[in-house]
Design a protein around this ligand. Structure first.
Ligand code: UGA
Length: 351
């Protein structure tokens, strides 16, 4: 009790703290690079408030070199007191944040002074006591670990998606293939679920940022570049499949179930459903969409040619085809005979 307080006075909040965590967003810029304006806005406020030694921790995902640039910016802003800057990238998944925080696979801490290391050890002591592994390293290494991790996850998903495409062509079952290759400890079974491609506010953005970092340092990141290209193609396979099933999309009604970029979130950022719907609408399709949580957020990014429904069965009424875009539990046990009764056509695509 009394250990959590909310404050909108930055100077006071920083003044009372020994450690300041910077957790603001680092969204993508239109050219694929990272927008660091929120990071530096926070640093400028911290600079104003810095009167005694503090550890300033960057938890947000930032390109290599950012933490060193933060040190420089603080020094140049005339800060008199001592400080340390630490890189502590988080690996939390949306919708699983509390679980991931208390059961991390590893805690990565990039640091430069023993004083900062001691402070961070103290903060993370409860996780140390339950023997969670710590990776103590330099600032650049910590920054890159986050990108290398998300880039690898994006690559793994893209790989299984392409294997799924091949399975479909040759009559093999991708779920069995994924299960069997995942039994090899060197591969592991996680992140081998095929789908319409990876979306959300992290994997696509961090993959693009890796390409940009490579360009900055003249290192070719051809694998991740290809992953991004393949991920753009994957949702189009779904809409092309519908077009083949229906002969034409013109004037056809298609129910789209699932708009969130993954289940258990209301987030529609970079959802693959956007690309699928835009393609269907551009070919004359009429969309009846449903999602248990993400309708409002989806509507803000994609609404042309789309009617939204609060109930999945309303969305299915009179549809020539249905495409399942998000793996919501609500859809796993959907009443198929009711679905059949409501729909005009008999075409189902499970993305
Ligand atoms: C991702 C990482 O998993 C986190 O470790 C990281 O901290 C976070 O980004 C971040 O950088 O902040 P998140 O974006 O919440 O987390 O979602 P994921 O669960 O990684 O899923 C991302 C996308 O990949 C979703 O569209 C999901 O449907 C897709 N996916 C995931 C697959 O298509 N197949 C899979 O097997 C797993």
């Amino acid at each position: 009790m009394g250990r959590l307080a909310f404050n909108n006075d930055v100077v006071r909040a920083v003044d009372q703290a020994e450690v300041v965590f910077n957790t603001v967003g680092t969204p993508p810029r239109p050219d694929g690079d990272v927008d660091l304006s929120q990071i530096y806005a926070v640093i400028d406020l911290v600079a104003e408030a810095l009167k005694s030694y503090k550890v300033i921790v960057t938890m947000s995902t930032v390109p290599v070199g950012t933490n060193r640039a933060i040190v420089k910016r603080l020094r140049e802003s005339g800060v008199k007191s001592e400080f340390d800057v630490v890189s502590n990238p988080e690996f939390l998944r949306e919708g699983k944040t509390l679980h991931d925080f208390f059961h991390p696979d590893r805690i990565v801490i990039g640091f430069e002074s023993e004083r900062a290391r001691a402070m961070m050890s103290e903060i993370f002591r409860p996780l140390y006591l339950i023997e969670r592994p710590f990776v103590w390293c330099g600032l650049e290494t910590a920054e890159l670990i986050k990108y290398a991790s998300n880039g690898f996850l994006a690559t793994k998903i893209t790989y299984i998606n392409q294997i799924a495409n091949l399975c479909e062509a040759v009559g093999a079952d991708v779920h069995t293939v994924a299960k069997a290759i995942g039994m090899d400890g060197r591969i592991d079974s996680k992140f081998l679920h095929p789908g319409p491609g990876f979306g959300g506010s992290c994997l696509p953005k961090d993959a693009s940022a890796l390409v940009k970092m490579g360009e900055r340092y003249s290192v070719e990141m051809s694998v991740i570049r290809e992953v991004l290209r393949a991920n753009r193609e994957q949702p189009l396979r779904i809409s092309s499949k519908l077009e083949r099933m229906l002969g034409t999309l013109h004037g056809r009604t298609i129910a789209v179930l699932g708009l969130a970029y993954k289940a258990d979130t209301d987030d529609a950022r970079d959802s693959r459903a956007i690309a699928i719907i835009e393609h269907l609408v551009s070919r004359g399709g009429r969309i009846q969409a449903h999602d248990p949580k993400a309708i409002e957020n989806f509507w803000m990014v994609c609404s042309e040619g789309v009617s939204f429904f609060d109930n999945e069965f309303e969305a299915l009424k009179g549809a020539d085809a249905v495409v399942f875009c998000t793996e919501w539990n609500e859809y796993r046990n959907i009443d198929l005979s009711r679905m059949k009764h409501l729909m005009r056509g008999r075409n189902v695509v499970d993305a």
